[in-house]
Structure formats: structure tokens, C-alpha cells
Design a protein around this ligand. Structure first.
Ligand SMILES: NC(=O)c1ccc[n+]([C@@H]2O[C@H](COP(=O)([O-])OP(=O)(O)OC[C@H]3O[C@@H](n4cnc5c(N)ncnc54)[C@H](OP(=O)(O)O)[C@@H]3O)[C@@H](O)[C@H]2O)c1
Length: 262
């Protein structure tokens, strides 16, 4: 199926690795012009070159999602240099896991500042522009634990629940203008972040990485965790015109792990 993304200008925030990088590859393979944003310039440049070698088009731009001025400047520069943005995937965030009463204020603040406030900062920069132009697709990569919190992952779950509220609320504001804002809720997905999470949980519970990962797998009806490429392709679909009737929704892709009704 042709997603109709050829020539569209799409930004991926958090594109230097993981699900963001996979989203950028999927979008570029559909012919989109992709602006890659994150902090690590060398990873962004390497991905830009990889996409160009594969026949796609990508541009790299540094941004710090913790800094409102950095986010505002990056999107103003993007528009001035490349034109109006058609779609944006936001895939930043990492929260420390562990036993709730052992987690400091700083752990909570960092989880909320990057994941939730990072999304707030990017939406503040792009949503009014898309609303004024009466077109746009926004995909927030959130996480299934926003709907089904895990005992040892509460800061990330709380940040994700807040992101889902933001997506649902703002989607209503944007809907009359034709802009769609949806969440992609991955379950466990093999990326650097997943590796760090497993290591932290293992260290915090005095067990091996293998035991922690086996425990996680036992909760997955599909019997495996996802690959980043699978999430990237779903993000690309959510950037397309195919989802015009879908806004304020959360697409959960977790191998059946979330138990509630859809
Ligand atoms: N992997 C999973 O199992 C899983 C499951 C559910 C939900 N998710 C969610 O999916 C999203 C992506 O996760 P991932 O596993 O792909 O993580 P990852 O591999 O660690 O990638 C995170 C990306 O965010 C960027 N980033 C981090 N801090 C940033 C900042 N201050 N400003 C700009 N960019 C920043 C990183 O780039 P730089 O370091 O270069 O800035 C990187 O490109 C996260 O929101 C995560 O919570 C992941």
C-alpha cells in the first residue's frame, strides 16, 4: 500500500537511535523528506548519510527537548530552511525503574521533564503552525505502561499516562482543522533504552539481566518483544493520510500484553 508520503516533510524528534531512528528509516523509505532531531549530532549525521545512501532524503538538526528555547529555535529554523512540516513523530524519553519508595524526587522530575514536558514543548512549537495551515499528522510515541502501570516502572508509567491525557485533550482542539494527533503505545521494544531498563531492574533487584528479561517475556502473549523497525513502520502509517478519521487515539502494539479492553 502506498502511504502517500512521497515528498512530504516529516520531522522525527529522538531520531538518533531506537524507535525514532526506525521511524525515520521507514518514513524515508516511503519517500518522505525527513528532518532528524536529537542531541547527538554524530549519530544524526550517520543516519542522514545512511538514508541518503539508500536513496532517501534526510537532514540532521540538533535539539534538546529539555530546553523550550532549543525546541522553538529548531522548529523555526526547520520551517525557514525546509518549508512547512507535514508530520512529526516525537520519540524521546527514558525513565528509571525500581522500587517506588527508593526513587528520589530527581528520578521523578527527570522522567516527567523529558517524556511529558518534552512532548509539551514540541507540541507547543508545531501544533499552532499545523492548525493554522489546516493539515498535519502528529505521532507521540508513548508506551503501553501508561495504560497498564508496572510496579517497578511507575515514573515512566505516570509520565506516559500524562502524555495520553495530553494527546486525547489536544486532539480535540486540533480536530476541526484536520490535524491528527495520535499516540503509538509500544510494549517492550529492543532498543538501547530497553537494555538500560533491564540492567537497572536487574541491579535494583539483585537478579540477572536474563532473569529480568525472562520475567518480562512471561507477560507477553506473543512470546517475544518487538523490534524497533516494527514500531517505525506503525509510526509511518500514523503520519499518512490513511488515518484521517483517527485522532486522539492510541495505537497499542505490545503483542497482546495490555489486558484491558481496547
Ligand atoms: N523501547 C521500549 O521498550 C519502549 C517501550 C514503550 C515506550 N517506549 C518509548 O519510546 C520512546 C523511544 O524509546 P527508545 O527505546 O527508542 O529510546 P532510545 O533508544 O533511548 O532513544 C531515545 C531517543 O531520544 C533522544 N533524546 C533523549 N533525550 C533527549 C533530549 N533531551 N532532547 C532530544 N532528544 C533526546 C535520544 O537521542 P540523543 O541522546 O541523541 O538526544 C534518542 O534518539 C520513549 O519515549 C520511550 O519511553 C519505548
Amino acid at each position: 500500500m502506498d502511504l502517500g508520503l512521497a515528498g512530504r516533510l516529516v520531522c522525527v524528534v529522538g531520531a538518533s537511535k531506537g524507535i525514532g531512528a526506525a521511524s525515520a528509516r521507514a518514513l524515508a523509505s516511503e519517500g518522505a523528506r525527513v528532518v532528524l532531531m536529537a542531541r547527538d549530532a554524530s549519530s544524526l549525521n550517520a543516519l542522514r548519510d545512511e538514508i541518503a545512501t539508500a536513496g532517501g532524503e534526510a537532514m540532521a538538526m540538533q535539539v534538546d527537548a529539555l530546553d523550550s528555547a532549543s525546541v522553538d529555535q529548531a522548529f523555526s529554523r526547520l520551517e525557514a530552511e525546509y518549508g512547512a512540516l507535514d508530520a512529526c513523530v516525537i520519540s524521546v524519553g527514558a525513565a528509571q525503574g525500581g522500587l517506588m519508595w527508593e526513587l528520589s524526587d530527581q528520578v521523578w522530575q527527570e522522567a516527567l521533564d523529558l517524556k511529558f514536558m518534552g512532548l509539551v514543548r514540541v507540541l507547543r512549537a508545531i501544533a499552532p503552525r499545523m492548525q493554522a495551515r489546516k493539515r498535519g499528522r502528529i505521532v507521540a510515541v508513548v508506551g503501553n505502561n501508561g495504560r497498564q502501570p508496572g510496579a517497578r516502572m511507575i515514573p515512566g508509567s505516570a509520565a506516559n499516562a500524562a502524555c495520553l491525557a495530553l494527546v486525547r485533550g489536544l486532539a480535540e482542539e486540533l480536530a476541526p482543522s484536520g490535524v491528527s494527533l495520535n499516540a503509538l503505545n509500544p510494549g517492550p521494544t529492543r532498543t538501547d533504552r530497553w537494555d538500560r531498563l533491564i540492567s537497572n531492574l536487574a541491579a535494583g533487584s539483585n537478579t540477572s539481566r536474563e532473569e529480568v528479561e525472562a520475567r518480562q517475556l512471561s507477560t507477553m502473549p506473543r512470546g517475544r518483544i518487538a523490534e524497533a523497525d516494527e514500531m517505525g513502520k506503525l509510526a509511518a502509517i500514523l503520519c499518512s493520510d490513511l488515518v484521517d478519521m483517527m485522532t486522539g487515539s492510541a495505537l497499542t502494539a505490545d503483542g497482546g500484553a495490555t489486558k484491558g479492553l481496547p
